[in-house]
Design a protein around this ligand. Structure first.
Ligand code: ADE
Length: 413
């Protein structure tokens, strides 16, 4: 067996926990096959007192205990003397964030030391004088650095040649190869599970169409779920915009109508309302706009998805001819309106839904379970209908300002 390409030296108070986790799954196999190696070293083996003390009270007072520098530095020096120099990384929440880019950099190194803290951390002189870099796996505080070290080990090992059987499954991953996009959705058999179908394009075998669908899905998902990555996943200009309106048209129906016309919105959806809401809106809008009611966002997403197969962006074709003037008068009824909205879906274009604050309240009413608690509503709207733009209702704004602000928010302005 040839030498491992990367060796991780984990310095910890819990070596058994690290070894136990590392022995499972893909990583365990990579260790067995010798693609990577993991050594563990216990700080406690480098204490000099009878009680094997590794921690002490912080200078300056305060809660908790701090790991003493002597056993940590002695452990580093021992490992270096025994097995050779290594790139020394301290795991701590007070550090730059570990990400795929960092993993790619580390995967090129032959020997990596991962120093795990516990309690209130390690005496800061270790960070200042005895390590090469510090990494955090996120803005939260773990009980110690072991899980963070294992996170680094897993992410780096997947990039080491031979560890993952099919290199394509690594290059398709979210963030792989410098990409800032989340991975596209993946499905397997059955093609229909409990009534939910896998997008047709994935079953048809047209590789160019599949690639285009996947790119679009990556962009949409990134846009919706990770606002800070929107510069890498701009909202496409060709989307069709729908407006989610309150349950009942109020006195300002005319203002809504003007805003819909001015911004050439495709139609109106009532979320969480009764079918009668659609009828009332149709009447209020003079019968010139497509209106449909959905019990909740999930239903809305299902409907759009069923038409176009796009997983995140709702797919609805745009264009005057599709939606058409005089879609219905009030007497037509919600069922036909919904039908119209359905049949205007061409699957070529994506649509966004603009959600005013009123629609959020409706959403809460329609799905009063814990997942839709008001403080999480915005998050869920994005998760379910990623084309949704949610606009802060203050200061009070009329339909015109609201629509303008929602569109600006969608475009990331
Ligand atoms: N140790 C405790 N919390 C941590 C975190 N978020 N990242 C890295 N190491 C840690």
């Amino acid at each position: 067996m040839s030498a491992p390409r990367v060796t991780f030296e984990v310095l910890t108070l819990f070596p058994a926990a690290v070894r136990a986790f590392a022995s499972a799954g893909l990583l365990g196999r990579a260790l067995e096959r010798g693609h990577v190696a993991i050594e563990t070293t216990d700080y406690r083996d480098f204490t000099e007192d009878r009680h094997r003390t590794v921690d002490d009270a912080p200078f300056g007072g305060g809660a908790g205990m701090v790991i003493k520098p002597e056993p940590v530095v002695a452990a580093i020096e021992h490992v270096t003397a025994a097995r050779g120099p290594m790139h020394r990384i301290l795991l701590t929440p007070s550090a730059p964030r570990f990400d795929q880019r960092v993993a790619e950099r580390l995967a090129k190194l032959p020997r990596i030391a991962l120093l795990c803290g516990r309690y209130e951390g390690i005496d800061d002189r270790v960070r200042e004088h005895f390590v090469d870099e510090c990494l955090s796996i996120g803005d939260f505080v773990l009980g110690g650095g072991e899980v963070a070290a294992l996170t680094v080990i897993e992410a780096v090992s997947r990039l080491v040649e031979g560890v993952v059987g099919n290199p394509e499954s690594v290059s398709d991953d979210s963030f792989a190869g410098g990409s800032a996009l989340l991975e596209f959705p993946q499905y397997t058999r059955p093609a229909v599970f409990r009534g939910h179908a896998v997008p047709e394009v994935l079953q048809a075998g047209d590789h160019a169409a599949i690639a285009a669908w996947r790119l679009r899905a990556s962009l949409a998902r990134t846009w919706a779920l990770r606002p800070e990555l929107r510069p890498h996943a701009p909202w496409p200009d060709d989307v069709a915009l729908y407006l989610a309106v309150p349950h009942a048209p109020g006195d300002d129906a005319e203002a809504w109508r003007d805003a819909i016309a001015k911004h050439r919105l495709e139609g109106v959806v009532v979320i969480g309302g009764q079918p009668e809401s659609a009828v009332a809106w149709t009447k209020a809008l003079g019968g010139r706009v497509a209106v449909a009611a959905f019990p909740d966002l999930r239903a809305l997403r299902r409907r759009f998805r069923a038409r176009g197969g796009e997983p995140w962006l709702v797919a609805i074709s745009s264009g005057e001819a599709d939606v058409g003037p005089g879609v219905a008068d009030a007497a037509t009824g919600a069922a036909e309106l919904l039908d119209r909205l359905r049949t205007c879906a061409g699957g070529q274009r994506s649509a966004a839904v603009l959600l005013p604050p009123g629609a959020l309240a409706a959403l809460g009413a329609a799905a009063p379970d814990a997942a839709f608690a008001p403080d999480r509503a915005a998050q869920h709207v994005l998760a379910l209908a990623p084309g949704a733009a949610i606009v802060d209702p203050s200061p009070p704004a009329g339909p015109a300002q609201w629509v303008e602000r929602a569109i600006a928010a969608l475009r990331g302005a």
